[in-house]
Design a protein around this ligand. Structure first.
Ligand code: FPP
Length: 273
């Protein structure tokens, strides 16, 4: 695996995670969402409102991503998964697709040393077919470089789609059944999870989407089955660690039941027993 040579043009200044001088609230132990998933939406609108082309919005989104990674580390989040290119994004204009492929490759290249310095482990979730080999190489190099880090796992979801992730898992399971290695009755949630792109990725606790749109757009469908959803109006290039902390605040105000329910008729009467 040969990483691209580092050039002066690529160099970015190194910063500690708290370079902004901002700090999250003191969260109670064990309350911070373990896994946060983010749909980084709104780059195009941000740019067009300024009379710029969509790619300028994507470029501006790079700093937001780094700021949010740093803010997640400060908050104590252990897993952050970001939607960087979906299997549906191939339907964008050829120019934008070309830009996004090169951009994902270059962001990884430019930022991997900084992420490594922060103790971030980079991982990739997505499909190989169609994805540029130079992007796969950068993803693999970043994975290898940061493999031993454990401060935060940043999963870059590139050429990722929740439905195709399940299709790919089902295909593998069907082959195992056809080969007689797995009995149909043994197909279970646990077995399906073992065939996802990253079987050890924990369930998503908090699912955030920027830009005011309120949909999942096929992101981490299986993994978000019991996630809390927070939709913020901020467009991605304006998104910062403070928006992440706002989303965490809202998450902390939610009552997660996971299908269970507790009878509390006394609450309506103002009782406390
Ligand atoms: C899903 O919405 C959003 C994405 C797949 C995010 C795309 C992100 C980028 C292009 C920027 C990547 C930025 C960095 C810093 C790597 P959608 O627009 O695909 O879905 P929709 O059509 O349902 O709105």
């Amino acid at each position: 695996m040969t990483p691209k040579a580092y050039t002066h043009k690529d160099a970015v200044p190194y910063r500690p995670v708290d370079w902004t001088g901002l700090y999250p609230p003191a969260y109670e132990k064990g309350t911070v969402p373990h896994h946060v998933a983010i749909v980084m939406d709104g780059n195009g609108r941000w740019a067009n409102r300024r009379g710029l082309t969509r790619v300028e919005g994507h470029k501006a989104g790079e700093a937001a991503l780094l700021d949010v990674v740093a803010g997640a580390i400060q908050a104590g989040v252990k897993h952050l998964s970001v939607y960087a290119f979906s299997t549906e994004n191939w339907s964008r204009s050829p120019d934008e697709v070309r830009f996004l492929m090169g951009f994902n490759r270059d962001v990884l290249h430019r930022r991997r040393d900084q992420l490594n310095e922060w103790g971030v482990r980079v991982r990739w979730a997505g499909r190989r077919p169609r994805l540029w080999s130079s992007v796969i190489k950068e993803l693999q190099y970043a994975e290898q470089l940061t493999a031993d880090n454990d401060v935060l796992t940043l999963t870059m979801c590139v050429n990722y789609g929740g439905r195709v992730e399940l299709v790919d898992a089902m295909k593998q399971i069907a082959e195992e059944v056809a080969a007689g290695r797995v009995r149909p009755s043994a197909v279970s949630e646990k077995l399906i999870r073992r065939h996802l792109y990253l079987p050890d990725m924990p369930d998503v606790d908090l699912f955030v989407r920027s830009s005011g749109e309120q949909r999942t757009s096929n992101f981490l469908l299986w993994e978000s089955a019991y996630a809390e959803f927070v939709f913020l109006d901020t467009l991605w290039p304006d998104f910062s660690r403070q928006d992440l902390w706002e989303a965490i605040d809202r998450y902390l105000g939610r009552n997660r039941r996971f299908g269970g329910a507790v009878d509390t008729p006394h609450v309506a009467r103002g009782g406390n027993a």
